[in-house]
Design a protein around this ligand. Sequence first.
Ligand SMILES: N[C@@H](CCC(=O)N[C@@H](CS)C(=O)NCC(=O)O)C(=O)O
Length: 242
Amino acid sequence: MITLYQFRRAFGVPNPSPFCMKVETYLRLAGLDYEISEVIDPSKAPKGKCPYIEDAGRTVADSHFILSYLKETYGDPLGEGLSAADRAAHLALTRMMEGHLYFTLLHSRWMQPQNVPIVHDVFFGAMPWPMGGLIFAMVQRQTRKVLHGQGLGRHTTEEIDGLAIEDLRALDAILGERPYYGGDAPREIDCVTWGYIANALAEPFQSPVKDAAKAMPALVAYSARMMEGVFPELAKGGAAGG
Ligand SMILES: N[C@@H](CCC(=O)N[C@@H](CS)C(=O)NCC(=O)O)C(=O)O
């Protein structure tokens, strides 16, 4: 049995981390049995981040390497029939989201004053005083450094939100009239795209990025479609559409 180490569910989406969501969505779409082990402190994870998995005595960290391992070990049912050009386009889209859009999400949740208390309360609120506040402040400080090093953190909030909205508009245009980024059925690329779209729409966060995402009906419908198809137990709450 595969064990998936990831953060606990929150905000009405399968995971607040798009990387964890990518792996769990993949496991479900590929029909692989798994169990979840919830992680509170990722610093002890093999690469200091979530997700990672254990399977048959092996530990694999990082969503990219996890999916590579799963495809090598159990086959690639979501990749059947894809052309080299499809695969290349999916890779480029993945890199846009993981190397750019992700950091705008980090900024929105950890730096923007209307959202910071939500993250604090959901992840650190249950910890005894003053530990929760101290750990939160430490993680927020690290996140600020990460954003500064990556470069995005040097822009104004308006500029960062504007960049995120450009990415979402690109995602909206690429989806077009199709039900899934993979075409008629969800593919590996949908495990990535949905993590970002669902988290952009997630309650109770507030931002111009979320407002922009909510105004893109194809993205809202796509998120609901993925939720109903892959996580029907969560769709009952009706959270996918934000
Ligand atoms: N490249 C990694 C990125 C994973 C990642 O950034 N995970 C974040 C959550 S979204 C994390 O665990 N952060 C904790 C930390 O950096 O301390 C992957 O694809 O799995």
